[in-house]
Write a protein that binds this ligand. Structure first.
Ligand code: PLP
Length: 399
């Protein structure tokens, strides 16, 4: 490691509050599916900013949109209309089941908007006592108090309490466990169609249909957290399209900006009309720069052959991983949808991630022992082959 890199990492440890375990490398640049560290070593990036960089790094469409919009108008008060904000909303509405959009700066904030919408909708329509929410075990919805209250992991972080009251956790893919928690005061159900942080657990279409029916019968709002799954990641534009059901509202972030910070709550009418002037807002959300970049990114994703490419790459990745699984006793399961893949390993996951990094592949962890592979959606077949070769070699190196 060069002296510069050593200094950088030491400075990061000294200056930054360490809420993520600091990696032993510092990243400097990226192009396509590769990133390069400060010592010039190249890595195939199957982390993609934790399922964010859908167009990879330094994509020309993104770079052009950033440059052009930065020269024109970066910020406007949130009450003012700009063409990028309208374009950005239109791409969501024209390609989904939703009618209206509220922009945010992150996934957590999109969940916060959904939570406020759910509670206000229930207050307005079912009375002030109706404020309970059902979420799921192994869920992850973000880090603000509202989003963390919906995240089961809060139970291992009691020091932040008290969390929001009235939140109950059901078993994922188990409709009976949801029914047991239902009451006259249930306002909404929040679910990730594929649990991400919880270990890449896809919901079954049968379960999602039962959930939809339960919500319809009991006048409960159904909210999908598509922050990780939205905008092509699962091989369809939205994960709900795999499941034969539509939510009432959804949260998006990550891939919708391909690295530029932006999120959104998208809602069907009448749920989209719950938040009114003065009830919610954000200074930066929907700013011209973020929305111009996000519109450009999603303009690429909705092109007719883009999703087809994701499906082909995902099928190839799964096939290659299954080949390795047949040869190795160190992979116990492969799960996921599209290019959101979880590989359960019997080796120490931290050692595996470090070994992969040493061998030139970046990936992340989900759950307790799941390797999460989320390459850029533009990944080529040859890059998938290279990544799986590195994984196979690294697994062999580990005891
Ligand atoms: N919801 C899900 C499903 C996520 O995967 C994440 C982030 O990993 C979030 C919410 C929080 O998003 P953010 O980190 O942008 O606040």
């Amino acid at each position: 490691m060069s002296a510069r890199t050593q200094d950088l990492i030491a400075a990061a440890q000294e200056l930054l509050i360490t809420t993520y375990a600091v990696q032993p490398i510092a990243l400097e640049s990226g192009k396509g599916c590769y990133v390069t560290d400060t010592d010039g070593k190249r890595y195939l990036d199957f982390a993609a900013g934790i399922a964010v960089a859908s167009l990879g790094h330094a994509h020309e469409v993104m770079v052009k949109a950033i440059r052009e919009q930065a020269e024109k108008l970066i910020v406007a008060p949130p009450s003012y209309t700009t063409a990028p904000k309208v374009d950005c909303a239109r791409i969501i509405i024209e390609n989904s089941c939703f009618d209206q959009v509220f922009f945010t700066n992150s996934g957590t904030e999109a969940i916060e908007a959904c939570l406020k919408t759910a509670r206000k909708w229930a207050y307005d329509n079912k009375g002030p006592a109706c404020n309970e929410i059902i979420a799921f075990r192994k869920s992850f919805h973000g880090r603000s108090y509202g989003a963390a209250s919906l995240t089961e992991k809060r139970h291992v972080q009691p020091y932040f309490g008290p969390y929001l009251s009235g939140i109950h956790f059901a078993e994922f893919n188990d409709i009976e466990s949801v029914k047991k928690l239902l009451s006259a005061n249930t306002a909404a159900i929040f679910i990730e169609p594929v649990q991400g942080e919880g270990g890449i657990n896809p919901a079954t279409p049968v379960f999602m249909k039962a959930l939809r029916k339960l919500c319809d019968e009991n006048k409960i709002m159904l909210v999908f957290d598509e922050i990780q799954t939205g905008w092509g990641r699962t091989g369809k534009l939205f994960a709900y399209q795999h499941m034969g059901v539509e939510p009432d509202i959804s949260a998006f972030a990550k891939g919708m900006g391909s690295g530029f910070p932006i999120g959104a709550m998208a809602a069907k009418k009448p749920y989209s009309q719950v938040l009114t002037v003065g009830s919610h807002g954000s200074t930066y959300a929907g700013n011209p720069l973020a929305t111009a970049v996000s519109a450009a990114v999603r303009g690429e994703i909705v092109k007719h052959d883009f999703i087809e490419h994701v499906q082909k790459s995902a099928a190839h990745l799964k096939e290659k991983l299954e080949e390795v699984q047949r040869k190795s006793n160190k992979i116990s399961a492969i799960r996921g949808l599209g290019l959101l893949i979880g590989v359960d390993v019997t080796v120490d996951i931290k050692k595996l991630l470090r070994g992969l990094q040493g061998n030139g592949l970046l990936a992340t962890q989900a759950g307790d022992a799941t390797l999460r592979l989320t390459p850029p959606l533009i990944v080529k077949e040859s890059e998938v082959d290279e990544a799986v070769d590195i994984l196979e070699r690294t697994l062999k190196e580990l005891p």
